[in-house]
Design a protein around this ligand. Sequence first.
Ligand SMILES: Nc1nc2c(ncn2[C@@H]2O[C@H](COP(=O)(O)OP(=O)(O)OP(=O)(O)O)[C@@H](O)[C@H]2O)c(=O)[nH]1
Ligand SMILES: [Mg+2]
Length: 236
Amino acid sequence: MSQKGVSVVLPTYNEKDNIRELARRILDSVKGSVEVVVVDDDSPDLTWKAVKEMGDPRVRVIRRTDEKGLTSAIMRGVVESRYGIVVWMDADLSMPPEKINELLSGLTHHDIAIGSRYSKGGKDLGDTRTAVFMSRTLGLVARAVLNVPVTDLNTGFVAARKKLVEELGFRGDYGEYCLDFLYRAYKLGYSIVEVPYVCVPRIKGESKTATNLLGFFVRGRKYIYSMLRLRFSNRG
Ligand SMILES: Nc1nc2c(ncn2[C@@H]2O[C@H](COP(=O)(O)OP(=O)(O)OP(=O)(O)O)[C@@H](O)[C@H]2O)c(=O)[nH]1
Ligand SMILES: [Mg+2]
């Protein structure tokens, strides 16, 4: 593994109409050596094929046919990364890849840098107002209960050393892995810095998460369960 440079991991499921623009914007904006690692769960829209057709050696795709799920996809990309610094983010163009340089600057003095919708200067335009309100409220509750000085514990836009991510690993899935990862990192003494960004709505492709109220409650329940488990398993 070559240390100097950054690997950007993009988990995808049916992101054919977004992936190439995102990969190009990453290659155009990130300073220094960079690779893009797309981890696609054999998308029916052939996202993996669209990546291959780019024909750029800095962009590779791992097409998974034996496993599914967001969290394991991100970890697979991390494990297969070439560089010592990894970034992961959504592939639906809701997160600006031009912010990656700021995340990398954050790593000069911190162990983990996260894109943040809720710190000063950030915004979430990507969801309905009700969803933003509920997600923010849950975030504030988690912050208070867990006593972690991070406003966007549920970001999915993260930069860190590959070794750290591999050591900590992920637990849980879409709705709670990030909270769990950041909390454990913080408790182990790793520092986290937030870089504000504006999250914009997905324009192309479909959301993979249920946006109806029932879906929100199912995810919210898992989130609250994770939060309480973390809180009460660390009382000592
Ligand atoms: N490999 C893989 N990627 C996934 C899976 N589920 C979601 N993704 C990707 O994870 C990212 C986040 O999923 P989204 O559908 O954007 O979820 P969301 O941000 O809550 O929903 P939007 O409202 O559409 O933005 C996207 O890049 C998806 O393609 C999965 O099971 N496997
Ligand atoms: Mg999204």
